[in-house]
Design a protein around this ligand. Structure first.
Ligand code: M6R
Length: 359
């Protein structure tokens, strides 16, 4: 039930701090040690490459998971769009392991990949929000998000839950492999900081509503830019905006602007820079300035330790592997308010269904 909320999407955005706390409680014990099936970790430990498969927002969560898994386990990880993977099979390593990400567990594109994986008898894990869903039943292992039902077509809490659970899995596997960074990673403390940080951002709703009215409601196009993990969040941020507010938006690697995209910048085009990684912050800031010089209205989502006076959204500091959990929140809210302020049906955007069960 959406209770006092006008739309499920806002309710689901607001639920995210609690989802973080629940995941931490379920999958990390009092000492912060991951509670993950040893059999799963043994199988993953024996693989020489992890293939993550997902669609839409789940694919974007996979892009963050790649960074977490590679950093904490050293196992090379690839991320694939399910509908491409099914018919353009990449070359497999000798011992591949498949990780399916799907809120619903019913996405036909992902299922098609799993059918082929099972034919070849390769091991697989599904991370999903729905127990007994098709992907869960048909893969060897399942980890549940326990985020509660996600009703709004635009996925929000499933994205952050997937990223938090991927971090837990990466830490568990890293520890299993004896990785020092994984052992030192205090994920329990970090997820508690993330939950608090999410709360402070959702409490700033009114500011985001204003920015939406000032710069987005009448915009015909908007861009998110970033580098590395921030680039992956810019893809998700742009998907949210296009899917529910119908503002044509794209996420770009900020270094790519000058290779073409900057030609699209017009007077007043909103460009939002996501800046959470110290070693690329300066570069993305100069790319933003280049767009401002061509008339763009530039905005920023920046972590506190990198913030400057005129930044738009300052998000609390958390470990660099977890910043997407916070940097995505202003973008979710911006999409929500832009849709709302345009008088659209936020939860049921045109032409889309919650669960895509055809290829
Ligand atoms: O249920 P799934 O996670 O497999 O769904 C995948 C996509 O269809 C889904 O994330 C879609 O992109 C959302 N509408 C995005 O908000």
């Amino acid at each position: 039930e959406k209770g006092v909320y006008p739309y499920y999407m806002l309710k689901e955005i607001d639920e995210q701090p609690n989802v973080m706390r629940k995941l931490s409680k379920k999958y990390l014990d009092e000492n912060g040690t991951p509670v993950i099936d040893e059999k799963l970790l043994d199988v993953m430990k024996n693989s020489d490459r992890i293939y993550i498969v997902g669609a839409g927002t789940s694919y974007h969560a996979g892009l963050v998971g790649k960074k977490q898994l590679e950093t904490l386990t050293g196992i090379p990880t690839e991320v694939h769009v399910a509908s491409e993977f099914a018919y353009e099979k990449p070359i497999f390593s000798k011992k591949p392991f498949f990780l399916f990400l799907s809120q619903s567990g019913e996405t036909a594109d992902s299922r098609q990949v799993l059918v082929n994986v099972n034919k070849d008898h390769y091991p697989s894990l599904t991370i999903t929000n729905v127990a007994n869903s098709t992907l869960s039943r048909e893969s060897d292992f399942t980890l549940l998000l326990d985020a509660g039902p996600e009703i709004s077509v635009a996925s929000t809490k499933a994205y952050t839950a997937q990223i938090a659970l991927e971090a837990i899995l990466a830490k568990a596997l890293g520890e299993h492999l004896g990785d020092q960074r994984a052992q030192d990673f205090d994920l329990k403390a970090q997820l508690s900081l993330v939950a608090q940080g999410m709360q402070t951002i959702v409490d700033e709703k009114d500011k985001i509503d204003e920015i939406s009215q000032d710069y987005f409601v009448n915009a015909t196009q908007a861009f998110y830019i970033g580098r590395g993990i921030d680039y992956t969040v810019s893809l998700e941020a742009a998907l949210k905006l296009k899917e529910i507010s119908y503002v044509h938006s794209e996420g770009f690697a900020s270094g790519e602007l000058k290779h073409g995209t900057i030609a699209l910048i017009e007077d007043g085009t909103p460009v939002i820079g996501i800046i959470t990684q110290g070693f690329t912050a300066g570069l993305t800031r100069s790319n933003l300035m280049e767009t401002a010089a061509r008339g763009a209205k530039t905005l920023t989502i920046v972590r506190k330790s990198l913030a400057q006076d005129d930044d738009t959204f300052v998000i609390p500091d958390v470990d660099e592997l977890l910043t997407p959990l916070l940097s995505v929140i202003p973008a979710q809210l911006l999409a929500y308010y832009t849709s709302l302020n345009k008088g659209l049906n936020v939860d049921l955007p045109r032409n889309l269904a919650k669960s895509v069960t055809v290829e």
